[in-house]
Design a protein around this ligand. Structure first.
Ligand code: 3PG
Length: 306
């Protein structure tokens, strides 16, 4: 059995070593395709792979067609919007994610972006503090919970909205559960996005919603760029010079944001939220173990396709 790690954005070496240990202990072979620059390299590498470990790498119908021996793809991370689930099911390929394994890393980065924004991007001017500010956590999953835990240490007042999470779970963590996204945005100085990119959420962060935020608002995005209606965010930031946007996922219109909103816009050059050796080890080794469990025992825990 051949397990391929195909990562455009590589794991830390220590994580690859840990994955190799798991895979070889199971009697399988590990292959590595890192920092590939063209899709044809991926199409070539997947040809004889029985299992695949990926990150945000795009696994579409063409890749699945090329991967004739493939049985399982594990997205070492949370969001699996980069995998064509229908095509995987049609090819008889099991798709899994590794929920929770990188969420602390993403949460820490979200708080880092918040500090960066309230301190005016460290430009030497007098900024403000997170303490006492109202933080709105939009979706209370693994990352949202970690954001709440860390933000509490900063002395922030925490609000959360999640259509699928019982209010009691949120309130048990000392956060205020609100009834709608509209209510959340209207109440909070800072909103941190933790929604997945789905048909329902794409473009859902729009002018009307963001314009509910109070003066001096900050939007933090460590989720997905697709959830933002970029044209409307640009319009809003033009209309509201008080509004800041900090993101770990570069918008399609990055050049326009950077040019128009100097001093109140920042994007990491490459998504960095989960890019810590700890998160790489946690997610990578979980992926390797899930592959071994699936191939040896047929374990389908964390399967996300039908
Ligand atoms: C995730 O969905 O797990 C995060 O967005 C991290 O993605 P990455 O593995 O590409 O850094």
């Amino acid at each position: 059995m051949k397990v391929l790690i195909a990562t455009d954005k590589p794991f830390a070496k220590v994580a690859v070593d840990g994955i190799r240990k798991e895979i070889e202990a199971a009697g399988y072979e590990l292959a590595l395709l890192e920092k590939y620059t063209e899709k044809k390299q991926l199409l070539e590498a997947v040809k004889d792979a029985n299992a695949l470990i990926i990150r945000s790498d795009i696994i579409d119908a063409e890749v699945l067609n090329a991967a004739k021996e493939l049985k399982i793809v594990v997205r070492a991370g949370a969001g699996y919007d980069n995998v064509n689930l229908e095509a995987a099911t049609a090819h008889g390929v099991c798709v899994m994610n590794t929920p929770g394994q990188n969420s602390n890393a993403v949460a820490e980065l979200a708080l880092g972006l918040m500090v960066y924004a309230v301190r005016n991007f460290y430009n030497g001017t007098s900024g403000s503090e997170l303490k006492g500010k109202k933080l709105g956590i939009h979706a209370y999953g693994n990352v949202g919970r970690n954001v709440a835990r860390v933000a509490k240490g900063f002395g922030m007042e925490i609000y959360a909205y999640d259509a699928f999470c019982p209010k009691e779970v949120i309130e048990k963590d000392g956060a205020k559960a609100v009834d709608s996204a509209e209510e959340l945005y209207a109440a909070c100085d800072v909103v941190s996005l933790h929604i997945p990119a789905t048909a329902e959420t794409k473009n859902s962060i729009n002018y009307a919603l963001l314009n509910r935020m109070p003066k001096g608002a900050i939007l933090v995005n460590t989720a997905r760029k697709e959830v933002i209606n970029e044209a409307e965010l640009i319009k809003l930031m033009q209309d509201r010079p008080d509004f800041k946007y900090v993101t770990d996922i570069m918008p399609a219109a990055n050049a326009e944001f950077a040019e128009k909103f100097t001093g109140r816009y920042f994007s990491t050059p490459k998504k960095m939220g989960a890019q810590t050796s700890e998160a790489n080890i946690n997610a990578g080794i979980a992926a390797a173990k899930q592959i071994v469990g699936f191939l040896k025992e047929g374990c389908e825990k964390f399967k996300v396709n039908k």
